[in-house]
Design a protein around this ligand. Structure first.
Ligand SMILES: Nc1nc2c(ncn2[C@@H]2O[C@H](COP(=O)(O)OP(=O)(O)OP(=O)(O)O)[C@@H](O)[C@H]2O)c(=O)[nH]1
Ligand SMILES: [Mg+2]
Length: 464
């Protein structure tokens, strides 16, 4: 990609709005806009204006006024991209937006590619690669939690965690390479005790970041919560009540839901993805059986399982009721399971009291009457460990970073083994370099492949 040309794109969404912002970046950005800009008060040239200033005026082409606009100027290097940047706030009609863009395209600009502004920012050293990637996450974030993680990342979260360690490892790598030059003379420039400490520290940090990924990814995409249980216990009713929408069909016919039905809901700033499933029972029906198989799969892949039972069953088949809970606990021993008794409106006060004393913890709701739902929501948010978020810890949400961290861990583990087994230095120096390469890949300090850059920034919207 040529970098010294001037790019242009809408910075605001396409369509009609009160105002729209058009952004230009490149060496000639100010010059190109200046050709068509006439300030309202005194005649001034944009070329002589200071950086970070605003100018009101008209855009005029062949004596025709296109629009009254407000022009912001940011000069190289103190702009978002590190180049000369002009932002034109114009009136938000699609016609005006197009006229202005066409004018500049004919006069020295070219249309920006997806994410090209941010890519230039990265290439000009304004931010590292992981920060640039976080920009897309900030724009895409749809809950307080995902937003907070993205902002943390954009401000350099993962880079800050890894930067010092990487530099220290780089220093050791240099010393060890030096030892190799003196291999015949049995010298040790690199202090082995300190080196071991560093390797242990890197391993610790990498493991923590890797562990954060499952949580981070769930927070970013919504924590999957599967609602499972026998037919007719009220799973679909519960989904509808939670979403406050008639999303799933409800009926008193057992086996109403066949397919899994999903939707997102943000509770207290945390995004959840609720999955209503087919009621689990023995059946000859082929389609229903496919649905039941799917229900188990969804539960298997979910972060949380809501096991819903009909509270009424407790009054006539309490043994079976208790047995069901045990069975499901045994089936999903490693899952967070929330046992919920529904239709509590049908149970007598006496039976409700016994039920409460028999099973603990147990949440009592009536999906139909919408009771106990606040308690259920509170329980859901408390089950999600948001401690890491409030402590401002770095949480990895990007799968490219996750992969690089895993590769770095594999390499540093080999280094550790190399030290323990006292193998020759030249062998583990390869692993050190490998680890450095993977760490550098996250921040883009190593030459990141052009294809990878294209892939990362290709996922951005145009104008960012
Ligand atoms: N009294 C009472 N009835 C309820 C409650 N929740 C659901 N129902 C009724 O129970 C019946 C079954 O509800 P659904 O939500 O379709 O049950 P389901 O678990 O999705 O059933 P399947 O899709 O067949 O597995 C319907 O007639 C609902 O109106 C509740 O809290 N109280
Ligand atoms: Mg259903």
């Amino acid at each position: 990609m040529i970098q010294n040309d001037t790019i242009i794109a809408m910075a605001t969404p396409s369509g009609v709005g009160a105002i729209a912002v058009i952004r230009l970046s490149g060496e000639k950005a100010i010059e190109i806009v200046n050709t068509f800009f006439k300030s309202i008060k005194k005649k001034k040239s944009l070329l002589t204006q200071k950086t970070h200033t605003l100018h009101l005026g008209h855009l005029i082409n062949n004596n025709i006024v296109l629009d009254e606009v407000l022009v912001s100027i940011f000069k190289n290097p103190t702009s978002y991209t590190g180049e000369n940047v002009v932002e034109i706030s114009c009136h938000g009609s699609v016609f005006i937006q197009q006229e202005i863009i066409q004018l500049f395209l004919k006069n020295g600009c070219r249309m920006a590619d997806n994410g090209e502004f941010t890519m230039r920012s990265f290439l000009n050293g304004k931010m590292d690669l992981s920060q640039a990637e976080a920009v897309a996450d900030v724009i895409a974030s749809n809950s307080a939690a995902s937003h907070q993680m993205a902002i943390q990342q954009m401000r350099g979260g993962i880079t800050n965690e890894l930067k010092d360690l990487r530099i220290q490892l780089l220093d050791f790598a240099a010393l060890i390479e030096l030892e190799l030059d003196f291999s015949g003379e049995d010298v040790e420039f690199a202090d082995r005790t300190k080196f071991k400490e560093l390797v242990a520290k890197i391993t610790f940090v990498l493991k923590r970041l890797i562990d954060s990924f499952a949580f981070g990814n769930a927070m970013k995409n919504g924590i999957p919560v599967a609602i499972i249980g026998e037919p007719n216990v009220g799973k679909s009713t519960l989904l509808n009540t939670l979403l406050n929408e008639e999303k799933a069909i409800v009926s008193d016919i057992a086996g109403t839901t066949r397919d899994a039905i999903e939707d997102d809901l943000i509770i207290d700033g945390v995004a959840f993805r609720f999955i209503d499933t087919a009621g689990i029972r023995e059946t000859e029906d082929i389609i229903e059986n496919i649905g039941i198989k799917k229900a188990y799969e969804k539960a298997e892949n979910a972060q949380l399982i809501i096991f819903l039972i009909d509270a009424n069953k407790f009054s006539y088949a309490s043994e079976e009721f208790l047995q069901e809970i045990e069975t499901i606990k045994e089936r999903f021993p490693n899952k967070r399971l929330l046992v919920i008794a529904n239709k509590i409106d049908t149970l007598s006060c006496h039976d409700t009291a016994i039920l409460k004393s028999e099973i603990d913890p147990l949440i009592l709701v009536s999906a139909k009457q919408k009771t106990g739902i606040i308690e259920l929501k509170a329980e859901l948010t408390s089950l999600v460990n948001t401690g890491a978020l409030s402590n401002n810890e770095t949480i990895v949400t990007n799968s490219r970073h996750f992969e690089a961290l895993n590769n770095a861990l594999t390499a540093i583990t080999s280094v550790q083994q190399g030290i323990d087994l006292e193998i020759s230095t030249d062998l583990f120096s390869i692993d050190i370099r490998e680890c450095l390469r993977h760490l550098g890949n996250i921040t883009g300090e190593y030459d990141v492949d052009k294809d990878i850059l294209g892939h990362i920034f290709g996922n951005f919207c145009i104008g960012k």
